[in-house]
Structures are given as C-alpha cells and as structure tokens.
Design a protein around this ligand. Sequence first.
Ligand code: PLP
Length: 453
Amino acid sequence: MNKSSVQAVQGLPHLVTDLPGPNAAALIARDQAVLSPSYTRSYPLVAERGEGALIYDVDGNRFLDCNAGIAVVATGHCHPRVVEAIKAQAEKLIHMSGTDFYYENMVLLAEKLAALSPGGAPRRVYFGNSGTEAIEAAIKLARYYTGRDKFIAFLGGFHGRTMGSLSLTGSKSVQRARFGPLVPGVTHIPYANCYRCAYGKQPETCNVECVRVIEEQLFKTILPAREVAGIVVEPVQGEGGYVNPPQKFFDELAEVARRHEILMIFDEVQSGMGRTGKMWAAEHYSMSPDIFAAAKGIASGLPLSATIARADIMQWKPGAHASTFGGNPVAVAASFATIELLEQELLDNAARIGTHLRARMADWPKRFPAVGRISGIGLMIGIEIVRDQETRERAQDWRNQIERMCFERGVLVLGAGENTIRLSPPLVMTEDQADFLADTLEACLAQLPRHQR
Ligand code: PLP
C-alpha cells in the first residue's frame, strides 16, 4: 500500500464495538441523570478526542465527523496550528476583559475582520462569545442607531435562544413554547425557499412575492416602514434546512431596505468563516450588509463571536454594550490561526470538496425516490428527504433513520429543518473522506422502504 492510500484508510471510520459501546453507554446514563434534558442528542456518540475530520469515542471507535461540532471546527478537530496558537497565548495572557482594558490581539483581530468584510466599507467590531450574543448586539445596535424598534425576520430562520435572538428565531415552535412574551416588534415572513415556495410559484413564474409582501402588504397594514430598524436574514438558512435563495431575493430585499432606510442585518453565524467556500456567504450574492454576525467557525471551537457593522453605524456610547469575556485573548489567538488557515488553503478546499460532493449527488434525485432537493453552497449541503418526489411530502422519520444508519456505519451527520440531512464537515475534509460520506449516504438511501418498493 502506498503512503497516500495508507493515509486515506487512516482517515476513515473504524468501529470496534457495537454502538453505543460499554463506556459510552455508562457515560450516557450518568449524563441523563445530571444534564439539562433540553439538549437534543440524535444518537449516542460520546466523543473523547478529535483529529481533523475524525472523532474517536470513549470505546475506541473512529467516526467521520460530517458536522464539525455544528459547523464550528472549521479547521478540523484540534488543528496543530490552532492548538499551538492557543497554548502560546495561554502561557502569556488568558483574560484581561477587553471591555475595560486594551490588548493587542483584540485590536489586530478587529482590524483583520474589518478588512475581510464584504463590500469594502470601513467597519467596527464588537466581540461576544456565541452566536446568540452576536445577534443580541446586532438587535441593540440597530435600535440604537435608527431609533426604531421593529424588525423583519423569516420563517425557518434561526438566530439563537436568548430572549432577543429567540424573538427573531422562526425555526421550531419547541424553541419558543412557554417562553413568551418575547421581545415585541418582530414580524416573520416566508423565506425564499423556492422548492417549497410559500406562494406556490415555480422558479419561472417567481416574482419574488416573498419580498414584495413587505411593501405591498406589511407596510400598508400592520408594520409602518419608518418603525423598522432592520431586516435580519441568514444568507443561507441553516437550522431551517440549508436553504439558499436565488440572487433576486437578496437584490430585492436590499432595495426595500434602501428605500426605507432599514438596516440589512446578515446572520452569518453558521454560513460565515469559509463554510460556503468564501469567507462570507454574502459574497456569493455580492451583498454588503450594514451589520453582520459571525460566530461558530470563527475560532475553531473556542467561544468567540463578532458583530461587525459599518463604522458609521457602530457609534454607541461607552457603556452602551459590553461583555466580560467577549474577545478574550485565547479565543482571539485561535481565531487568527483559523483565519490564516482559511486564507492559505481551507477556503479553496471547502469550495473544491463542496463541488466534488455535489457532483457525486447530482443524480441522486433520479436514483433515489426519497431525495428531494440538494441545497446549500460549498460545504453547507442539505439533502431533503421526501416520501414522494411529486408531492414533496416531508419524510422526517426517514431522515432520522438515515442519521442513525450513518452513525452505525461510523459517519456523523445531523438533521436540519423538518426533513433535511445537513452536511457541514470540517473544511479540511479530504476527497477520500467525501467519497466515503457519499458512499455511506448512498448505501443508507438504498435501504429506505420507498426505494425497495
Ligand atoms: N444564528 C445562526 C444562523 C445559527 O445557526 C446559530 C446556532 O446554531 C445561532 C445564531 C446561535 O448561535 P449560538 O448557539 O452560538 O448562540
């Protein structure tokens, strides 16, 4: 066996026990007694260590991680350069509170993110620790700057679970149930989910009704335009099922925003940091949002988020908003290493492996009756599972079965939306690993009852 094929075999799953193995089962029992039951676990994976796109569990089983800790470990698990950056920074300065003092790497990262922002306008950066905090900051900043208090958000959108961001979230009712009243003033409208157009249109007859509703109905009835601070939108809907709208959706939305002096706020928490093969998904649409939020992939697993706004918008007074831990030096160091890797090789790799996977999947709707739409951009790929391609009836149970079958073959995939399998692997994924993932999904799809009919 030559070296590269040795590496390839080493980079693939290898199971040595039934699942869950004995150590995993014991830990899960303890977890169930003491952890919040609000966490959603799809299958019994107990991770012990990770390397690149691989995860080893507590029984020595090796899995191919096709979700990167929910689109977080952009550079793969424990990339040596990220680990080295974390160690070096931890020996120098772990925390100082950037809200009260200065330190250099926080300034350098803000400069870097500002320079990388789409559109070229001068930017300022606010650092937090999580996606939801980045969105909270965006909500507060938009209110502060515009003096308006209303927002437009989208059905299927996910923006976080704290009270402000939850008010924008329109993904699953379980996320909102029993938590009201939420922050008032948010109106949700249908997203440009063309495969399931809320207005019953086909792409040929589409007149971007999902945007027109804003001026033609909302502004004339329940929502005075001059009270709207921002339109909050994911450039690719994540939790909603990896839905990527057509260009004209964003063109029209930006026009509506411009006409009424409403801020365009992009939630790039999941789609940003190279996930789509470009640094920001907004770049695929040539959009330059007024404010955008980044988190997940930004520091390869350390808690960090950024709310990045046009410099003339982020002009709030000292004390208006802050966070003790946001932008802590160790997370910032991990972020630098992450961005360097993205720029050097991983943006290209994400685009290349994304294209490769999509080519592998191109004929799936023909070969597998349960495959509806293949969606997403780059390494953000959704596979919609349907009972019937004609009616597009959602087959959540089959989607869940596929998740489980993949797990039993050593491949970690997760669902998004009601009936979509989402793939958001580490951006270091190799072609051999991508092929293994595609082979595994094909084997699972072939097992579905509809296929065997
Ligand atoms: N926005 C988007 C698009 C997300 O996908 C998520 C998390 O999945 C969030 C916001 C919230 O991020 P966090 O879980 O870090 O608060």
